[in-house]
Every structure is written in C-alpha cells, then in structure tokens.
Design a protein around this ligand. Structure first.
Ligand code: UDP
Length: 321
C-alpha cells in the first residue's frame, strides 16, 4: 500500500511508520514537527507540513498516489485539553476534518484513526469493551469521539473503509533503545517517573491519592508502543470495506500510579521521591481495556504483556540519554 502517515514523526506514529516500512509498504510521513522529531523518520520519508494547508495535502495525495491514510497528528494531553480546549478543537477536530475532506475528494479508500480510551469517560464496567457508553469527561476525549462520529458518517455515505483504534496508555521504547517517548513538555507518567529516577527531576507528583481504587491512585492500562504499532498494521491489512470498525488497544491489565512508581524503582534500582498532589482535572479513576475484539478479529497478541517488560525498554532508552 501507499500510505500517508500524519503525525508520523511523533511517538506512536513513528513506531507505526517504521513497522509499515519494514513490512514493505510505501510510507510518506506528513508532520508539522511541533511535537514530532525529524530523527524519528528517514529524511526521504518526511514531508514537513500542516493539516491546515489543503493545497499541500492535495498535491501530496495525488503525486504520491496515496491509497491509505493513517491519521496520528493531534494534540494529546488530557490535562492541557481541560485548560486549552480551543487548541484541541482546532487540531483534533477541524484539522482532522480538513484531512478527511481531502481523502473523500481524492476517493482514497482506507483510513485508520488514532482514537483513545478517553472516549469512554468514567467507566461503568471494567474492562471496557467497545460497546461501553461513550461519555468523555475531558475535551481531549470529546474531540476524538466527535471525529469518530464523522468517520462513521463518511463511511456510511461515501463508502470509506475506516478503523478507529482506541489507545489506552502507550509506553515503552524499541528493544535496541534507538527510539522512545520524547514529548516536550513531557506530561506522561512513565517518562516522568524515569526522569525522577535519573535525577532529571527532583520528584514525581501523584495526581490524586483518594480515588476509589485499592491504593487510592488512578489505574491505567499500559500497552507497549510496538504492540500498538502492530495493531495499526493488522487493522490496515485486514480492514473491512466501506464501514467504520473500532478496536480497543490495551494490554487488558491495570496498574496504579503507585505500582508504576514501584516498578520503575525496581527496574532502575533508584529510590524515587514522591509528592502526593491533588487530582488532575479530567482523570477517570480506572481505565482498563478489553482487547478481546482486537485479538479475536485481527489476531493481535501483545509481545510485551506486562508493565515490567514495558518499563524495562523505557528505562534502557531513557538512561541512554
Ligand atoms: N500522573 C501522575 N503524575 C504525573 C503524570 C501523570 O500521577 O506527573 C497520573 C495521571 O493522573 C493518570 C496516570 O498517571 O492517572 C497516567 O497519566 P498520563 O498523563 O501518563 O496518561 P493519560 O492517562 O492521561 O493518557
């Protein structure tokens, strides 16, 4: 396939672009580099550009004879989405609609979208299955859910084959420690805890210790970025025609913030200073996936099944500097 990967210089997009390339697909990355890194992608695969630039998109889709679009480009911090919702509606909804319109006008048949567990909101049942009610509790989840609705309507009306992958918490690095998670500013738990282990930060804040969970801290489902990347390859290669399908992508195991910190301490051999801070706005207490549908329908099986194996790769990458 000839695939445009928006946001492919970012963390999950970069892992997926490399995996698709390794499987023999032709990959072109479109990224404005506000969050992505040039070094994530070979120079001859990268086009620097913005989703607002419709003429540029038109040109690329035609010249490169693109037949599939994987859409990662987005703003992706829950906390920031609460304080700066305008940025999220612009980047995640309006810019995504620009792209979808170009896909429709050029009759590109396949689309895979980076959605999120945040579309569910506060879980009524755990683990979350794809048919759980969709009631996001933060603007990040709202924007992703709204775009899923657009995809469903475009599929029904225009015959687009679309897949929405609802990510749980992506983490980890490549086993050779060549690629890993590097956001600026970093807001995600595992890298911040490892920064504290490395002495790059004095401590880690725990956002909320009074949740209704066994140790009072939030529980999340951490999934290795390589396993997440593989889910995209499977979704694209086995995509049903002319409709929207959704899959959770998570390990199926929940770990609390305190468990993450303990695991990082064990793997790094360092003591990490903890500060018990107030809750962060927009955080549900527990998010754990059922990935049964992904396993059953696409044959997905995670190669990094537990938190330990995920943190080990992240630690090797972070300590390399
Ligand atoms: N978290 C925390 N301290 C931090 C960063 C995150 O306690 O410095 C918590 C956060 O409240 C959430 C979990 O760690 O419960 C995972 O947060 P992250 O931002 O990594 O991912 P999210 O779940 O928001 O996608």
């Amino acid at each position: 396939m000839r695939i445009l990967v928006t946001g492919g210089a970012g963390y999950i997009g970069g892992f997926t672009a490399r995996r698709l390339t390794a499987k023999g697909h032709t990959v072109l990355v479109y990224d404005n580099l506000t969050a992505g890194h040039r070094t994530n992608i070979p120079a001859d695969q990268l086009v620097v550009g913005d989703l607002k630039d419709i003429d540029h998109l038109d040109h690329l889709l035609v010249v490169h004879r693109i037949d599939s679009v994987l859409h990662f480009a987005a703003s992706a911090s829950v906390g920031e989405s609460v304080t700066h919702p305008a940025k999220y509606y612009q980047n995640n909804l309006l810019n995504s609609l620009n792209l979808l319109e170009r896909v429709r006008r050029h009759a590109i048949p396949r689309f895979v979208f980076s959605s999120t567990a945040a579309v569910y909101g506060t879980p009524e049942t755990i683990p979350l299955t794809e048919d759980h009610p969709l009631k996001p509790v933060n603007p990040y989840g709202q924007t992703k859910l709204a775009f899923e609705a657009m995809l469903a309507d475009y599929s029904a009306a225009y015959g687009l084959s679309a897949t929405a992958l609802r990510y749980f918490n992506a983490a980890g690095a490549s086993v050779d420690a060549a690629f890993g998670e590097a956001h600026d500013p970093e807001t995600h738990l595992i890298p911040l805890v490892l920064f504290a282990a490395l002495g790059k930060r004095p401590k880690i804040d725990i956002f909320g210790t009074d949740y209704e969970t066994p140790d009072g801290t939030c529980i999340r489902d951490y999934v290795h970025v390589e396993d997440l990347a593989e889910a995209h390859v499977l979704a694209l290669e086995q995509q049903p025609a002319g409709k929207l399908v959704t899959y959770n992508v998570g390990s199926g195991t929940g770990n609390s913030v305190r468990e993450v910190i303990r695991t990082c301490e064990e793997i790094s051999g360092k003591t990490i200073v903890v500060n018990e801070a107030p809750r962060r706005a927009g955080d549900p207490s527990v998010l754990v996936a059922s990935a049964d549908k992904l396993k059953r329908e696409l044959g997905w099986s995670p190669k990094f099944p537990d938190l330990r194996s995920i943190v080990e790769t992240a630690w090797d990458w972070h300590r390399k500097g």
